[in-house]
Design a binder for this molecule. Structure first.
Ligand code: PGA
Length: 249
């Protein structure tokens, strides 16, 4: 286990005002000395960001958004939120490039604009990359990941604050995780790609895709992983706490 592990809760389009209260248990855990090195970041739906900020204000837990619009400037984009609005909400992070947004139209080029606008607003970026099942079957995983890195980060200077979330699409929400040896090799390959692209030696790389309290001990054997992006299991505080406890033991 590396120091300062990230535990990023991606609530997706789930959660209501009531469910936010259960997060108090996670806040309590975050104040125990042993777990202080856990960097817990909640990414709730936009509508809950303010409530989350209020709840976590006396703790080390931070809050992020799940996506942003590509336009840096305000504009006639009904229903959209850009980095500027996220920044002014008080959130510190933003997830960009999630496969659930790639399927609805986020290309690497759009993602590139989103990342640039987020960095300009001094938001920290959680950049999701990952191959689909079809791409994996065709042995195209590294080709896809390299292209997501090169095009998603085009004309962006080396930046150690970006967290790379490797999320194989076939693992998200399916209960299936990669074989540990394969995942370890994949993280190694991604680190090499980032090194070639940015000459950055120790990028932060987290894993996401069906992380739960049952498979976490297995996943945690990979010492090169800097943390986890947790979807479904993060919406239940008990499960999320179990994941943190089993990682930092
Ligand atoms: P999951 O989602 O943990 O529910 O598979 C992860 C993600 O989509 O970030």
């Amino acid at each position: 286990m590396t120091n300062n592990m990230f535990f990023i809760a991606n609530w997706k389009m789930f959660g209501d005002f009531k469910s936010v209260n259960s997060v108090k248990k996670v806040i309590k855990l975050s104040k125990i000395k042993k777990y202080k090195k856990a960097q817990i970041i909640y990414c709730p739906p936009f509508t809950l960001i303010d409530r989350f900020l209020n709840l976590v204000k006396n703790s080390k837990i931070t809050v992020g958004a799940q996506n942003c619009h590509y336009s840096e400037k305000p504009g006639p984009f009904t229903g959209s939120i850009n980095s500027d609005l996220i920044k002014s909400s008080g959130a510190k992070y933003v997830i960009i490039g999630h496969s659930e947004n790639r399927v609805t139209g986020d290309t690497n080029q759009i993602i590139n604009l989103k990342i640039k606008s987020a960095l300009k607003k001094k938001l920290k970026v959680i950049y999701c990359i990952g191959e689909t099942l079809n791409e994996k079957k065709k042995n195209k995983t590294n080709l896809i990941l390299r292209s997501q890195i090169i095009h998603g980060l085009k004309n962006i200077k080396k930046n150690n604050s970006i967290i790379f979330a490797y999320e194989p699409v076939w693992s998200i929400g399916t209960g299936i995780i990669p074989k540990i040896n394969n995942l370890e090799k994949q993280i190694y390959d991604i680190k090499n790609m980032i090194f070639k692209f940015w000459k950055l030696k120790n990028p932060k790389i987290i894993y996401g895709g069906s992380v739960n309290s049952k498979n976490i001990s297995e996943l945690n054997k990979i010492s090169s992983i800097n943390g986890f992006l947790v979807g479904g299991a993060s919406q239940n505080s008990k499960n999320f706490i179990d994941i943190i406890k089993k990682t930092i033991n």
